[in-house]
Design a protein around this ligand. Structure first.
Ligand code: AMP
Ligand code: ZN
Length: 507
């Protein structure tokens, strides 16, 4: 029995607005598409949160035994700066400012994005297609939509006809918006007079004047619209119908709504794909309850985070501390940045790594009478963590469960009498999954320094505990109390156990 049968996944589907049992289209296989970055500026920590959320989805599904094809695109055709298909191309604007070619902008920020993903140990996708590499497919897609009567051409630009589409398919099903309301709320078409309706969006835009990134098409030289590439590249690599589509909450409308309309609008029959079965949206990283965004000036880069060189940061934090901080909350909740939360995460991360380091040293004594109830209970703590992850990828609960296991491990190490009653199968099961979940699913890395220091710290503490035992034995209580109190002052709690044994916990 594979793990995905044993721990069935449930997913909160933004489309149905329900938590649903996750059923793949092809048994044992998952196709997942996630909207990637627009490569015209450095990624900030908010972007990292979204890609990390889907890294967990990718990792957990693989851990359960699914074969996952994960497609995450690179948007290298510039979206327009202004809303509603008007304004300057963001990439071209950056090229002008930096006095370099648009494709140099794209390469520079794609490299930067990859560096940041590596820093946070975010797994590369199986396919990373670019919008500029799929212009031909995008043109063909538009032609199909025109043929179906859901798009129209005006002077070299092509627009999606939302009103016409809405006669056959509900537009707004993902975002819960109502087309008639939206139409009555939008006043005019200022500057967008080519559109029949303000809700219509560009599938292809004519390249005006000195527009730099442009391609020939049946409608003249131009470039594809904002939403089109994701419909095209997801269905090209995953099929007309696939399992999961993800992205940040802020992309739900209009981007994802438009994607669904394009997918259905290009179908020649009613039962053709329509795109993803499950839509997953990650929530935002906020600063003082405002979305972290470049335009808000509250978006620090990973480099600033590591060095602490930003007005919002009291000091620097390691990449794994930040990863842990993000995983301590569920992907669907907002996460507010604060120095206090990062400091708490740092402690938590170190505590977990300390347990991982202890695991390497644990040996199953195998001499005692096996307590099967105890063994089963221990196994159940691990099963609970896997179930929590299968329950809509709840990393917050999973981390709480890992801490429970960590204190068990601590217990086993410091009170070896505890471990003799555990049967080998249960012991191996717990260790395998404790490490598997920590490293393979949560994707944490034991930062080298942390790993070595933890070993060193253990050794030093063992020496101090031995000295305290001797002090007590020779009735030098002043010294034994001093060792206990001084250690407490630096965050190590020593506990006296039965029979003169001592254990410790680190805050
Ligand atoms: P962009 O390059 O702006 O298209 O953004 C790339 C991804 O980052 C998208 O999925 C956005 O939803 C996501 N994103 C942007 N800002 C934030 C934020 N503050 N918190 C979480 N995700 C974000
Ligand atoms: Zn997209």
């Amino acid at each position: 029995m594979s793990l995905f049968e044993q721990f069935p996944v449930s997913v909160y589907n933004s489309l149905s607005k329900n938590k649903e049992l996750f059923k793949t289209l092809v048994p044992g296989r998952v196709g997942m598409y996630v909207c990637g970055p627009t490569v015209y500026s450095d990624v900030h920590l908010g972007n990292v949160r979204t890609f990390l959320s889907f890294d967990i989805v990718f990792r957990h599904l693989q851990y359960l035994g699914y074969k996952v094809r994960y497609v995450r695109n690179i948007t290298d055709v510039g979206h327009l700066v202004g809303d509603a298909d008007e304004g300057e191309d963001k990439i071209a604007k950056r090229a002008r400012l930096e006095e370099i070619e648009p494709m140099e902008v794209v390469q520079k920020y794609t490299n930067g994005f990859h560096d940041v993903m590596r820093l946070f140990n975010i797994t590369p996708p199986s396919i990373e297609p670019t919008a500029t590499g799929h212009i031909v497919e995008q043109i063909e897609f538009i032609q199909k939509i025109i043929k179906n009567g859901y798009a129209y051409e005006v002077e070299g630009s092509v627009y999606f006809d939302v009103k016409k589409y809405n006669e056959d398919h509900p537009y707004g099903e993902l975002s819960g918006r109502n087309v008639d309301e939206m139409l009555s709320n939008t006043r005019d078409l200022a500057g967008q007079d080519q559109k029949r309706n303000s809700l219509d969006f560009a599938l292809w835009k004519k390249a005006e004047g000195g527009h730099l990134m442009k391609w020939p098409s049946p409608w003249g030289e131009g470039f594809p619209g904002w939403h089109l590439e994701c419909s095209v590249m997801s269905t090209k690599y995953l099929g007309e119908k696939f399992d999961i589509h993800g992205g940040g909450m802020d992309l739900k409308f209009p981007h994802h709504e438009a994607e669904i309309a394009q997918n259905k609008g290009c179908c020649s029959s009613d039962d053709c794909g329509g795109g993803a079965q499950y839509w997953i949206h990650g929530n935002m990283l906020t600063v003082n309850d405002r979305k972290m965004a470049k335009s808000e000036g509250n978006g620090f880069t990973p480099e600033e985070l590591l060095t602490g060189d930003h007005k919002l940061l009291e000091r620097g934090y390691s990449a794994m501390t930040v990863r842990f901080f993000m995983l301590m909350s569920h992907y669907a909740s907002t996460l507010d940045f604060s120095n206090e939360a990062l400091q708490a995460a740092e402690k938590g991360y170190k505590r977990l790594m300390a347990a991982v380091n202890l695991v390497e040293k644990l040996v199953l004594a195998g001499t005692g009478t096996i307590d099967s109830e105890k063994s089963e209970k221990l196994k159940a703590t691990v099963d609970k963590v896997i179930s929590d992850l299968s329950d809509d990828f709840n990393t917050a609960k999973a981390i709480a469960g890992l801490f429970d296991i960590a204190s068990q491990i601590n217990n086993f190490y410091h009170k070896p009498a505890e471990i003799v009653a555990i049967d080998k199968e249960a012991f191996d099961y717990v260790i395998k999954h404790f490490k598997g979940i920590t490293f393979d699913v949560l994707g944490l890395v034991n930062e080298t320094e942390g790993g070595q220091n933890a070993d060193l710290l253990d050794g030093v503490l063992d020496v101090l505990i031995e000295l305290r035992k001797q002090a007590k034995f020779s009735k030098n209580y002043a010294l034994s109390d001093k060792i206990r109190d001084d250690l407490k002052a630096v965050g190590v709690q020593i506990k006296d156990e039965k029979g003169g044994e001592m254990s410790y916990t680190i805050d």
